[in-house]
Design a protein around this ligand. Structure first.
Ligand SMILES: *Cc1c(COP(=O)(O)O)cnc(C)c1O
Length: 368
């Protein structure tokens, strides 16, 4: 039974990931869980070589291509594991006989990517936001990009710090690689500017175990020695992402979400809604003397809105009262503390409005 049918009216889930899914998608998944497409079995119980499953994967790929208008010279790959697997797969596949790679250091996740890449390459940290405590980005004309680097890696949206690039870095002939785990499909994108885009599924797409990779075809096929078969993009590219058993359920949910995004009117529409939601929240923060966000306005994330209260002792009180009001998972990442409202594509505007009402009442009650 769909016992959650009436819940989203009362519970809003602001988790950074795994994050909430669109209600319509959850309802459809629920309705066809036991009998998928008239097969009499669950999508979890069917061969990945069955015509139905293979058709679903190809349709999912086509829907993603349509949403992003992905050019033909790019592969769309459904890869196992999380974004952290890509921290290794990117250098293993893209160094291509070079020894150095440029990384932009903008906070927690880019640091994690740098740490892993250092096992394979000499990492040139071409820019760091450390001086501003990762609340801003140094001007591109101050970046120390190396024209002979194998690629330039950046984290398009820092999920922990709530900082998002509002432009695509210019890297000339050097392939641009980006971690879009927390802002994939949040707005339209000129894919042709990139060598490779990756995103784990459990933030703005579906559930964990699956990572989407969009990669220019000419960059695939030359790996560092001893690269495991399942870490070679070519394995996925040559086999339609079905070389071995794929992450079936997250892939199925992704297929539903891509259709849902098309039904929303595509990424332009979704981007406008996202902009509206996060703007409302930032406005509520800025208009109060109680809530604070220190990210330079231009780089504030549309997806992950971080904020703090005048005194850290109030954070647990806020979380407890918010939870009672049906506003869940607002705790900031343990690396930085504070509070964080993740407002991905699936978060309805009504959830943001409820949060703002709650924040205003809470401030009123606790302001000295
Ligand atoms: C969540 C996240 C990751 C880590 O993803 P896993 O799937 O847990 O490995 C990496 N990068 C960014 C930007 C993230 O938000």
């Amino acid at each position: 039974m769909n016992t959650r049918a009436d819940l989203p009216a009362t519970i809003y889930n602001f988790s950074a990931g795994p994050a909430m899914l669109p209600l319509e998608v959850m309802q459809q998944a629920n309705a066809e869980f036991l009998n998928w497409q008239g097969t009499g079995v669950s999508v979890l119980e069917i061969s990945h070589r069955s015509p139905q499953f293979m058709a679903m994967v190809r349709e999912a790929e086509q829907d993603l291509r349509d949403l992003y208008r992905i050019p033909d010279n790019y592969h769309v790959l459904f890869v196992h594991g999380g974004a952290r697997h890509q921290f290794s797969m990117v250098p293993m596949n893209l160094l291509r006989n070079k020894t150095t790679a440029d990384y932009l250091h903008t906070g927690y996740w880019s640091q994690q990517a740098i740490n892993e890449a250092q096992r394979y390459a000499t990492v040139n940290v071409a820019m760091s936001g450390e001086a501003s405590n990762y609340t801003s980005l140094p001007e591109p004309n101050t970046w120390q990009l190396d024209p002979s680097a194998a690629y330039v890696h950046y984290t398009a949206n820092e999920t922990v710090g709530g900082l998002e690039f509002d432009f695509i870095p210019e890297t000339g002939e050097v392939p641009l690689v980006t971690d879009m785990s927390s802002n994939i499909l949040s707005c339209p994108l000129d894919i042709s500017r990139f060598g490779l885009i990756y995103a784990c599924a459990q933030k703005n797409i579906s559930s964990s175990g699956l990572t989407i990779v969009i990669v220019r075809k000419d960059l695939v096929g030359q790996t560092v020695v001893n690269t495991p078969t399942m870490f070679d993009y070519r394995t996925y590219a040559e086999n339609g992402s079905l070389y071995n058993t794929p992450a079936n359920y997250p892939l199925y949910l992704s297929a539903l979400v891509f259709k849902w995004l098309k039904q929303q009117g595509g990424l332009e529409k979704v981007a406008a809604q996202n902009h509206e939601k996060s703007s409302l929240l930032y406005q509520a923060i800025d208009e109060s003397n109680f809530y604070h966000n220190t990210v330079e306005p231009r780089y504030r994330s549309t997806m992950n809105v971080v904020f703090r209260l005048p005194n850290d002792d109030l954070h647990p009180v806020f979380l407890e009262e918010a939870s009672k009001a049906g506003l869940r998972h607002l705790k900031g990442h343990s690396a930085v503390g504070g509070l964080r409202a993740s407002v991905y594509n699936a978060m309805p505007r009504a959830g943001v409005e409820r949060l703002i009402n709650f924040m205003q009442e809470f401030a009123h009650k606790h302001e000295q």
